[in-house]
Ligand binder design. Sequence first.
Ligand code: HSO
Ligand code: ZN
Length: 444
Amino acid sequence: PPFANDETISMRTFDLATIEPEERSQLLRRPVLKSDEMMAKVRPIVEDVRIRGDAALLELTAKFDKVTLDATVIFPPFSPSSMELDDEVRVAIDKAYHNIHKFHDAQADRSTLVVETTPGVICSRFARPVARVGLYIPGGTAILPSTALMLGIPAQVAGCKEVVFATPPRPDGSISLEVMYVAHLVGATAIVKAGGAQAIAALAYGTETVPKVDKLFGPGNQWVTAAKMLVQNDTDALVSIDMPAGPSEVLVIADHTANPAFVAADLLSQAEHGVDSQVVLLAVDLPAERLEAIEQEVDKQAKALPRVDIMRQSIAKSIIVKTKTVDEAIDFSNDYAPEHLIMHLEKASDCVAQIDNAGSVFVGPFTPESCGDYASGTNHTLPTNGYARQFSGVNTQSFQKHITSQEITAAGLKELGPVVATLADCEGLAAHANAVRIRLREMQ
Ligand code: HSO
Ligand code: ZN
């Protein structure tokens, strides 16, 4: 093992049959993030970039990323040498691109919905792309070209005119070859070499060289998340965000048919993301030795993996909950609303119909979350922190918005006008009523 630490890597265990309702609600809760503190730290950074633009951005990049750049933004065409990949990696990215593109292309709303609500009253709705989007690709402990695919492809499919990547530069001031290649594939119109709150501020307000965007996407650390929340509340920025973000999570439901090694591998693949990753195992009527087998696998596999030190911390904060039945487990999962739900169940496919709250569902023993993270076609930018109750993951329609339209004929107005005039009178809005009556009189 790469690290000489013999302490067993284990999760805390609870039994739904014996815990109080209060404890159950406690288990559903995520650790609270201290967002006020973060806001206070992030606000001056955002302000600095808003006011001083590129100069501030370059200084903050020197300070936080320890890189001195001459220019922050690069525009296409990107040099071939900046994206020269090993064949194996390039082919893998191409295959992932193909699958993700295929699934997201099918999601695009390209039709016009037309409904005649009353004879002569025709209402319609059609989609248009969000013109300018900013896609944040995290740097940090792992480079994430997969996130560039997950955000860039739906933007491309939706037809966004400006697709601006932002990602922290590497120590030599460059961007990883993989991210450059993805930028090229998805037709990025600019790449901002900056990270953190300063990158978000630059995209939200624009600088001398950074194009201002209309909507911000992408995961990030607490700085990025806090900055996104700040700028979305600033009417000067006039920018929206994809969703509230939090640490990554997985909930696995396993019954007696589950392969302990698979279950452990799935838990660890999420636990390696960060020390604050959330991992939950629901064990459905598992005999003690089966559960022990999973726990032993977690310990054994973790100790053989390079990011064991991260997993030590995330697994220590994670939980096993024993349930009697599959229904109980699914109820718990629906209440938890996990970002990822993996079902290692005998009748996994039949259970999907019972899922009400989850970002993305992984069904059966041969469906590791890793496939959805990289290449099956679904998006990996998903709601965390229980927000799967009200948010969808990023999808093609996240890059589209809808416009409604109506056209009313004279005959239609004769029908509908009196209804509108009456309601306007009700609200005491005589000008509204008048806009109808003036036409009705003219028609007489
Ligand atoms: N599981 C992450 C996405 C990711 N995994 C990127 C690997 N690379 C989202 O929760
Ligand atoms: Zn992942």
